[in-house]
Design a protein around this ligand. Structure first.
Ligand SMILES: *Cc1c(COP(=O)(O)O)cnc(C)c1O
Length: 406
C-alpha cells in the first residue's frame, strides 16, 4: 500500500518568517509543540487569546452553538449576534454594532462609515487624519491608513485620504485639518509601533479639536479593547468618548470576530451600505458572548490589572538589573525598551528556553499574556527573561536544556 508523504510547509505561501516548530495544543497560558515541549505563551495569538488557550467558556459556547445553528446568512437575525450587540452597547458609550471577522474589516467599516457621514453632513469631506507608525490592518485602505514605514509604496498606489500626523503632537494634527477632513483615527496605544500610549492630554485635545471642527473621533481598539489595557475599553481611562470604535483580537478570544461600534449620531449606514457573508454569524458571536461575560465577571478585570502591575514591576526590575530602557504600556499590553536591537535574538533564545515573546520593533519586546494569567506564571516568565537577557548581554551560548517537557 502506498502512503502519501508527510505534508510539508512548502505548500504555504511564505508570508511570515516562522520558526521550525509546529504547535499542536494549547492550554491556558501554555502552548505545546509536536515534540511535546511546553512553552509559556506571552504572545497569545497576537493578543487575541484574552482568556488563554482553549478556554472552557469559549469551547463550550462554540460546541453548543455549532450543534444548534452555525450560519443562517447575514440577511436574517440570529440570537447570539443580538445578545452580543446588546452586551457591547450596554457596557460602552455606543448605540449600534456591526460585526466582522477581522480587525481590518472593522476598520474598513469605520472608514466607510466616516466617509458616508462626510457625504451626508460635511459636503463630501473624506479625509481621515491618521498617525505615523499607526497600524490598522492589511487591506488596501487600512494599509493606507497605517503609518508603518515602507507601506506607503509596497502596493502602490495607496487609497487616498489618510494624511499622517504625529502621535502626542496636537499641532501636527491641527495643521492637517481642512475642509476635506471628516475624522481623526488612532489607536489609544500604538501596538505594532512598540506599545506607545497616547497621552491623556493629547486624547483630550483630539476630542476638543473634533468637537470644534465637527469631526468624528475614531478609536481603533482592536488591540487595546476587551480588557487588554485593564478596563473593558481603553477609552474609559482617558475620560473621553469616541464617536466610533473598532474591536477585534480579544473579542472572540481567538475566534475570528471583530466589531464596529458607533454612536447613534453618526451611525448612518443604510441597508446595502455594509455587509459580508460571515458578518455576525451565530457561531462566532456565541464565542464573543462567552468572552465578554467572562471579562465582566466579578473581579476578572481587577485581577488582570494586578497581573499587569506585577508584570510591569518584574520588567522594571529586569530593566534596572541590566540597564535597559523604559517599561511602558497599560494593563497587560506592555513593552520593554532594550536600547539596542537585541529583540530578535532575545525572542529566538527565549523560544528555545520555552518562553514565547514578540519584538514588534528590533529595539523592544512586547508582552501580551492571557488576561487571566496567574502570579506564578508571571514569575516564571520573568525568571526565564532575566536568564535570557543575561545570556544575550554576556554573549554566552543559550542553555541546552531546552523547553520544559510537561
Ligand atoms: C491587529 C490589529 C489590526 C488588524 O486586525 P486583523 O484582525 O489582523 O485584521 C488593526 N488595528 C490594530 C490596532 C491591531 O492591533
Amino acid at each position: 500500500m502506498q502512503t502519501s508523504p508527510a505534508p510539508s510547509t512548502a505548500s504555504l505561501m511564505p508570508v511570515a518568517q516562522r520558526p521550525d516548530v509546529v504547535f499542536v495544543r494549547g492550554e491556558g497560558a501554555y502552548l505545546f509543540d509536536s515534540r511535546g515541549r511546553r512553552y509559556l505563551d506571552w504572545v497569545q495569538g497576537w493578543a487575541v487569546n484574552c482568556l488563554g488557550h482553549a478556554p472552557a467558556a469559549v469551547a463550550r459556547a462554540l460546541a453548543t452553538q455549532a450543534e444548534t445553528l452555525i450560519n443562517p446568512s447575514p440577511a436574517f437575525y440570529n440570537g447570539p449576534s443580538i445578545e452580543l450587540a446588546d452586551l457591547l452597547t450596554r457596557h460602552s458609550c455606543f448605540d449600534h454594532v456591526f460585526f466582522g471577522s477581522s480587525g481590518a474589516e472593522a476598520n474598513e467599516g469605520a472608514i466607510k462609515l466616516a466617509r458616508k457621514w462626510g457625504r451626508l453632513h460635511k459636503e463630501g469631506a473624506f479625509e481621515i487624519i491618521t498617525f505615523a507608525n499607526g497600524f490598522h490592518g492589511r487591506t488596501l485602505a487600512t494599509m493606507s491608513a497605517s503609518g508603518k514605514p515602507g507601506w506607503d509604496s509596497l502596493f502602490a498606489p495607496q487609497v487616498p485620504g489618510f494624511p499622517k500626523a504625529v502621535l502626542n503632537d496636537l499641532d501636527s494634527v491641527r495643521r492637517l485639518i481642512n475642509g476635506n477632513t471628516v475624522a481623526i483615527m488612532l489607536e489609544p496605544v500604538q501596538g505594532e509601533a512598540g506599545v506607545i500610549p497616547a497621552s491623556p492630554e493629547f486624547m483630550a485635545g483630539l476630542r476638543s479639536l473634533c468637537d470644534r471642527h465637527g469631526l468624528l473621533l475614531i478609536l481603533d481598539e482592536v488591540q487595546t479593547g476587551c480588557g487588554r489595557t485593564g478596563t473593558l475599553f481603553a477609552y474609559e481611562q482617558y475620560g473621553i468618548e469616541p464617536d466610533i470604535m473598532t474591536l477585534g483580537k480579544g473579542l472572540g478570544g481567538g475566534i475570528p470576530l471583530s466589531a464596529l461600534l458607533a454612536k447613534e449620531s453618526c451611525s448612518c449606514f443604510a441597508p446595502g451600505d455594509q455587509g459580508g457573508t460571515y458578518c455576525g454569524n451565530p457561531l462566532v458571536c456565541a464565542a464573543g458572548v462567552a468572552v465578554i461575560n467572562s471579562l465582566l465577571a466579578d473581579g476578572f478585570l481587577e485581577a488582570s490589572r494586578d497581573a499587569g502591575q506585577q508584570l510591569a514591576d518584574g520588567l522594571k526590575a529586569v530593566s534596572e538589573e541590566f540597564a535597559l530602557g523604559e517599561v511602558r504600556g497599560k494593563g497587560l499590553l506592555l513593552a520593554l525598551e532594550l536600547g539596542r536591537e537585541l529583540g530578535p535574538e532575545i525572542v529566538s533564545r527565549a523560544r528555545d528556553a520555552g518562553l514565547l515573546l514578540n519584538a514588534p520593533r528590533p529595539h523592544c519586546l512586547r508582552f501580551m499574556p492571557a488576561l487571566n494569567t496567574t502570579p506564578a506564571e508571571i514569575q516564571e516568565g520573568i525568571q526565564v527573561l532575566r536568564r535570557i537577557v543575561r545570556e544575550v548581554l554576556d554573549g554566552t551560548a543559550v542553555s541546552s536544556s531546552g523547553p520544559v517537557a510537561p
